[in-house]
Write a protein that binds this ligand. Structure first.
Ligand code: SF4
Length: 325
């Protein structure tokens, strides 16, 4: 498959209040991220709150400036795009937001929300064509044409997220960043939205970067999963390998916390309880960022940072002891 996105050593720092980005105490939120997304692929970035995953998504699509490194979309530097190139990028790359309540303008009708991008990008020559396309999109996401003349406050959370998805699809995108698109929804609605995203991927060949803290949900949808801890990717592998053959202690701890529906297995399995606190991002350990919480830490872990390395074809782990896990 062809690569659509390539992220090389991406670094993002935020200065402290009143400070500069070059100051020694600037907070490094992304510490050299490397991954790629192939055309038609669904890549999940999974991590706990505050690990940097939302910053990663937003920097990757150019909503935030980078501090260093490169992000290439179809071979072109996202942060250097200008003029028509930038315009084409903002059409091809869309985002589905975490909060369907806050991301849709309450003063506009669904018709205007979904049709707005098509008007801006002059995709159709008449209002009638735009209207037809809005109806088509609403149908595609499981709503209907009567919904077009309503305001967003008239919809449930799941329906609002469907409107957000229709808005993203209106521009015929090729790549969609989904930032926690289901976390604000009821559990019963989450599965419906995930199934919708999956169906659209199959029908339209879309590529997705799916950011979430929910490992059980990301498994159902992703081809590959990257696990993030304190601004670094600690493991990347095929979705099933992350669940069955994971090699990083942090991934193991996260997975051990997911409840299993079978009460017998749930009773017998061992849960890994992490000790210690997440270190402050301004005062990281000299060695592995996970070493103060890791049950397998050795002296080497305290002294030297492990690099992300390929331990099996397509399976990358940042752990000195990955082969023993
Ligand atoms: Fe644990 Fe050491 Fe591996 Fe870090 S490098 S995850 S401290 S075993």
């Amino acid at each position: 498959m062809k690569e659509i996105l390539k992220v090389n050593n991406l670094i993002k720092k935020f200065p402290k209040a009143g400070g500069e980005i070059d100051d020694a105490d600037a907070i490094s939120v992304l510490k050299g991220i490397n991954f790629d997304v192939e055309q038609g692929e669904y890549v999940g970035i999974m991590g706990k709150s505050g690990c940097g995953k939302t910053t990663c998504g937003r920097t990757v699509i150019g909503l935030y400036d980078k501090t260093d490194g490169t992000v290439l979309y179809k071979g072109k530097d996202v942060h250097a795009m200008k003029g028509n190139e930038r315009k084409a990028f903002t059409k091809e790359v869309q985002m589905i937001f975490q909060d369907p309540y806050a991301s849709l303008d309450p003063r506009l009708k669904v018709n205007q929300i979904v049709g707005e991008g098509m008007r801006i990008h002059k995709m159709y020559s008449s209002n009638a064509e735009i209207q037809d396309r809005v109806f088509e999109l609403l149908d595609q996401v499981g709503l209907n044409r009567e919904h077009a003349s309503r305001y967003v406050h008239e919809f449930s959370g799941g329906q609002r997220q469907r409107i957000g998805i229709a808005r993203a699809l209106a521009l015929d995108p090729e790549f969609i960043l989904c930032d926690e698109p289901i976390s604000a929804l009821d559990v019963s609605i989450q599965a419906q939205v995930v199934n919708l995203l999956k169906r659209l991927q199959q029908q339209m060949g879309l590529s997705y970067l799916f950011i979430t803290h929910d490992l059980s949900m990301v498994r159902q949808i992703s081809n590959r999963i990257a696990v993030m801890y304190l601004g670094s990717l600690v493991e990347i592998a095929d979705s099933e390998d992350i669940y069955i053959k994971n090699r990083h202690p942090y991934t193991k701890a996260l997975l051990s916390a997911i409840p299993i529906a079978d009460p017998t297995i749930e009773r017998e399995r061992k849960r890994i309880l992490l000790q210690g606190d997440v270190p402050s991002p301004v005062n990281l350990p000299q060695g592995c960022n996970f070493c103060n919480r890791c049950p397998y830490a050795t002296q080497l872990c305290k002294e030297r940072k492990p690099q992300l390395r390929e331990i099996e074809p397509g399976h990358f782990t940042a752990c000195h002891r990955a082969e023993e896990m």
